[in-house]
Design a protein around this ligand. Structure first.
Ligand code: 13P
Length: 341
């Protein structure tokens, strides 16, 4: 392995080091508006900086969080104490990551399906982010389950774009997180989720192979195999864990640096319980950890929003607790009793 690839492999391994996972705070302007609206906070640049710097300056967060995924605006921001966001994170032992896709757009010819855009000019954008200190990146593809969807065309178009993005990242010395999210929206059962997730992951790894992407320097951000959010008889924790692990074992080569999960609308403790149950199954070919957005932030955000100045320390304590719970889950050592402590 050349030095260039060796460094990518080391960065990827550090992101999924034992007991560590990723904090996803890369909400686009539209998504953060939704989150702020839900707690009555005005969506201004100052409020976004205040909220995100509150999280990233949480004392001790680096013990459980290896990296945080930022949005373009955030990586360019400066904290009130004069430090750049990248500097503050680096000092806290949290690797800076950056979301580089341009969002999921309607896929022409396939009503109800999406393809993620953002490849044009990506080489130049990655070079800039690398010069700013970004160590890893994220690209999210969205696969929807519904009547007669997803189509093969949708799965393949998204897999191709993910693989082209991953190759460009590695060229720039940035570890790609490849995220093909199978949405949990709908009333589908666990078996349907399994089949769609397996087909999506297999297409992705085929495309990564075709585009010469080095798997030791790649992290998969996976959705869990889970019943649709409106399903009448939703699978329990043990079945979700077993189906998710079976799916990954079928589709994800052992050389892949690691697998981190998105929370995708699961409850905070639910997401932790699922991850813990998977890691309690036994040895896996790759570390299984977390890259949660909502499931790490929700309670902290709600508390901070009530009084951003007065509640800052408590909002940080809430975030730190969730990070610690998920850290334990990533090594199969979480217990529900720990939640109350
Ligand atoms: P959620 O955990 O809220 O699904 O967000 C993770 C993420 O980064 C989705 O792209």
């Amino acid at each position: 392995m050349t030095d260039h690839y060796q460094k990518l492999a080391e960065t990827a391994a550090a992101l999924v080091a034992p007991g560590k996972g990723i904090l996803a705070i890369d909400e686009s302007s539209g998504t953060i508006k939704k989150r702020f609206d839900s707690v009555g906070v005005e969506n201004t640049e100052d409020n976004r900086l205040d909220y995100r710097s509150m999280m990233l300056t949480t004392e001790g967060l680096g013990e459980f969080i290896s990296g945080a995924i930022l949005f373009d605006e955030t990586i360019r921001q400066t904290l009130p104490d004069g430090r750049s966001m990248v500097q503050a994170m680096t000092e806290a032992g949290i690797a800076p990551g950056i979301k580089v896709d341009a969002g999921a757009k309607d896929l022409a010819g396939f009503p109800g399906e999406k393809v993620t855009e953002g490849l044009d000019g990506l080489r130049e954008r990655l070079a800039e982010y690398a010069s700013m200190g970004a160590r890893f990146a994220k690209w999210r593809a969205v696969i929807t389950i519904g009547d007669d969807i997803p189509s093969r065309a949708c799965i393949d178009a998204n897999a191709h774009a993910l693989a082209r993005y991953a190759a460009l990242c590695q060229e720039a010395g940035i570890v790609p997180i490849v995220e093909p999210e199978v949405l949990m929206d709908g009333d589908h059962d666990l078996d349907t989720s399994f089949d769609v997730t397996e087909a999506t992951q297999k297409a992705l790894f085929g495309a990564l192979y075709d585009q010469n992407v080095m798997l030791e320097g790649t992290v998969l951000k996976a959705s869990m195999v889970i019943s649709g959010s409106d399903a009448s008889d939703r699978a329990d924790v043990a079945h979700v864990a077993e189906a998710t692990v079976d799916c990954l074992l079928n589709a994800v080569p052992a050389a892949t640096a690691g697998v981190v999960f998105l929370s995708g609308g699961q409850g905070d403790v639910e997401a932790t319980a699922h991850l813990d149950a998977m890691n309690k199954i036994g040895e896996m070919p790759w570390p299984l950890s977390f890259s949660y957005g909502r499931a790490l932030q929700a309670e902290s955000l709600a508390h901070w929003a009530k009084d951003p100045k007065g509640h800052r320390a408590q909002a940080q304590a809430i975030l730190l607790h969730r990070a610690r719970m998920n850290s334990l889950a990533s090594i199969g050592q979480w217990e529900e009793d720990l939640e109350g402590q």
